[in-house]
Design a protein around this ligand. Structure first.
Ligand code: ADP
Length: 268
């Protein structure tokens, strides 16, 4: 199966997550009221970490699927496979979460094929049903099933927008980069770097995020700052760490890379 699936067990320790607003409260309400949740925001701003944190806090298994443009409904629901000469039905991650209870997280859901939406619709209204056409089953989601999806509205791809009829089935929470103090705390906690180093990285990121006239598809994320801090903590020289963890991942365009280097040089 081409699905990139990770399943964590309820015994996992609660991963560190620094809240930046009322997202924990909204998640808890969605969980209690059996509502699906949509997380919107740029890459690397903590959406996946947030879901792992909440799943562990609730003691629920988490089925994470990284969606990609070949991902079909069958990758989520399941398919017949030949095992030892016999044809057996194997549940996909969504079906497993619906059958057994748990949180199913579809990361970057807009990347998936269109037939995924068809499967999600009856599951995201008050019917909470998962029809399995191939097996003839109609599964009713238990109270301890929750669907969480994420997407990045920043990608300017009209073909890959969530349709309003899908979006309006979810409670939605917007994620963004944390305020500077919170972001510095996250970087320190994640990498072990000192407060001064974390503050410098946050300042650099802030300036890159505000750069006008540089055509970046994505801004420097908290994830990249954590990577950079990790390099610094292991003794990599400052310029090399910035180059490897911030500048190169942001662009392949030599002019933009030069612009970023100059901007960071000025900032320092
Ligand atoms: P996304 O799913 O939005 O692309 P992730 O959840 O994978 O981003 O976050 C990337 C990394 O950034 C995490 O592994 C973590 O190190 C760090 N991070 C970002 N935001 C937070 C936060 N609020 N609390 C803790 N860590 C965070």
């Amino acid at each position: 199966m081409s699905t990139a699936l990770k399943q964590s067990t309820p015994e996992v320790p609660v991963p560190f997550y620094q809240p930046t607003g009322n997202e924990e409260q909204l998640f808890e309400v969605a969980w209690q009221r059996h509502l699906p949740l949509l997380l919107k925001g740029p890459t690397g701003c903590g959406k996946t970490r947030f879901v792992s944190h909440m799943a562990a806090k609730l003691g629920m298994p988490l089925y994470t699927v990284s969606c990609h443009d070949d991902l079909t409904a069958a990758d989520l629901t399941g398919r017949y496979l030949i095992k030892g000469g016999e044809t057996v039905w194997v549940d996909g991650p969504l079906t497993r979460a619906v059958r057994n209870g748990g949180i199913c997280y579809l990361d970057e859901v807009v990347e998936a094929r269109k037939d995924v939406t068809v499967v999600l619709h009856p599951l995201t209204d008050d019917r909470r049903l998962l029809p399995l056409d191939r097996t003839g089953e109609l599964l009713e989601a238990p109270d301890n099933f929750m669907l969480v999806v994420s997407y990045n509205p920043g990608y300017q791809n009209l073909l890959k927008q969530l349709k309003p009829s899908t979006r309006q089935r979810f409670l939605a929470v917007e994620f963004n980069f944390p305020d500077p103090d919170t972001e510095a705390d996250i970087i320190m906690r994640e990498s072990g770097i000192d407060a001064e180093g974390a503050r410098i990285l946050v300042r650099i990121a802030g300036n890159i995020r505000n750069l006008a006239g540089i055509d970046l598809e994505e801004a420097a994320s908290t994830r990249l700052l954590v990577y950079c801090a990790t390099l610094l903590k292991t003794g990599v020289a400052f310029d090399d760490a910035i180059q490897a963890a911030i500048i190169e991942p942001l662009s392949d365009d030599r002019d933009i890379i030069t612009g970023l280097r100059e901007a960071i040089g000025i900032i320092r």
